[in-house]
Design a protein around this ligand. Sequence first.
Ligand code: NOJ
Length: 742
Amino acid sequence: MTLKHAFIILIASFVFPAASEAGAAPDGNALNAKVSALLQQMTLEEKVGQLVQYSSSEEVTGPHSQSNVAAEIRAGRCGSMLNVVGADATRAMQDIAMKESRLKIPLLFGYDVIHGFRTIFPQNLGQSASWDLEAIESAERIAATEAASAGVHWTFAPMVDIARDPRWGRIAEGSGEDPFLGAAIARARVLGFQGGDLSRKDTVMACVKHYAAYGAAQAGRDYFTTDVPEITLRDVYLPPFRAAIEAGAGSLMPAFNDLNGVPCSANSFLLTQVLRKEWGFDGLVVSDWMAIQQLIAHGIAADEREACLKSMNAGMDMDMEGLVYLHELAGLVKNGQVSMTRLDAAVTAVLLAKARLGLLDDPYRYCDSALEARSQLMPASLAAARELARKSCVLLKNEKKILPLAKGLRIALVGPLADSKRGMLGSWTAQGKESEAITLRAALEERFPSAVTYAQGCAIQGDSRDGFAAAKKAARRADIVIAVLGERWDMTGEGSCRTDLDLPGNQQALLEMLHATGTPVVVVLMTGRPLTLEKALPFMDALLIAWYPGTKGGPAVVDVLTGAYNPSGKLTVSFPRSTGQIPIFYGHKATGRPQDDAKPREQFLSNYLDAPNTPEFPFGFGLSYTRFNILKPALSAAEMSMNGSIEVTATLANQGDRDGEEVVQLYVHDIAGSVTRPVRELKGFAKVYVRKHGSVPVSFTLRPADLAFTKADMSFDPEPGRFEVFLGNDSNAPKIGEFELK
Ligand code: NOJ
């Protein structure tokens, strides 16, 4: 898919070089030679030691296994640490490995840098709503620059799990429901983190996770079983992983879940067949937290020895915060159940990662405290965080054009998230500091010094109405209410799943009370997942989704509310009307008895008695303060040969009175395949800036490879036949033509 003529705004690229500008990576042969020389000197126990990763006791995301890490490092029984952060802290620990262990192999320091390190960018699902690959790549470049200067070599990101069930809390960490967009964002994130050359001092090794189909957890419950047919696995869940690996991701993390009867941590189909053999991955595979041990609880291993055997032989290289490899692996190698070849391959993957990062030449390369101090929260980083936060906001409703805010209004600022610094940051905040986050209240009061009256109204959860009276009074005296509602930051994320996705606590009642005052109500929704807003929408005049917008979230949201920035975000996940519709996503299959959504419900067609099939807000949807029109859409030909292509062209006209950006989206539908095909699939998008009353040409190239899919025999090819083409600004884009692939 080629995109032309799109005018894309680049952020801070002059400060943080993109991957394409990076210097050449070091010579692979020289690194391999270094690694095999080292391997030859290692004892069996030292080899096993390289496959063991411990967490510092400061930040843990599960039960903690090791209390005397220093002794383990000294004895050569630890190859990597997670959650040790800071140039000085990593230097002190590296010292133990370099000065006190026999082979002096440097440690690898890993950390969860998920949406920023110190400068916190919007939560990942929010970032994806920007549809702005350059801005996302820049954010990761900045995160890598900050993290690497603090001694971090390796981030456990990007998380690329396709998620179609908003009950699942980790939907917040990914890029939504679509494999094409998910793959594009996965690529951008890897390029941003790794910058083209891992030995550079401002890059970190990426770890694409959680492989695979973690987002397909039954009933939206974290860590739960997944059953995903291989065609769906390959066409929906795997593309972002493959894209990340093709972009050079140095490592990968298998998921916690059981996939089709074999937990991912022991799944040789995933870890060996697809990853190594089909995709040619030569990087490092690290388990998730104690995931090897958890094979026992999954019921696939009777004890730690069997868990070790199954995981190792499936292709898992490193054991995160579990002691299974440490305790069992040497014995299994000695009795021949794990071959020395397999062990050496795993150790080579670890050593090669260290070599690529330049650690075998200079173990202290990333331990420079002066660099650390000057790399954090740089003005350009904060500006980029604000810019990405603005681009992430999605305007879903704007009755009577109540937004942008008119000048001179008296504002009642209400709601449990209006003044929550912690709430701005979301989950996985790395070294981000609450004290550095700017709330909407602070930003609004700064912009309109004497026009804002603040009243919290109610808490996020709980049923107290003690704050209602003050909120009502403020609303009555104001010209407009801005209600900042939503979920607490930790109501999404790992282990934070919900069955009820309405506004939590008393917020619906607060909203209804505010609406009843007669003062127009603008809702700013802070959430890490789609909420079910059917009951709340009638009480809102405008709705802006701000997600968890990060360190500069307050000013960014104020930019959008005031029109200093014209909203351009688009949903990357469908918002259901009710939880009963879940899973709901635009790229579903047809049925033999489809219900036409525009027509009344018919018995014996595929529908519900009590709800439409359509979501509240579809994938790709988001409003602007200006009016965009896609004019003169055309296909360059009615036929495409198997080695040809078709151009899809149009003119994007801005017919309103404000400059702005629009995301033009191209979808196709394969009318009849050898297996059933989605009703439509995103195949291209362009985020385009157009001045008011101006227009910009957009064009996309479709090639046969863009139309390929997995067949019943697992081959992956395009099939001849007819295709419908849709071009528009959400997933309900109108049909603009058809072509035949011959
Ligand atoms: C568990 C999470 O599933 C994973 O995403 C994370 O990287 C590790 N813990 C390490 O913190």
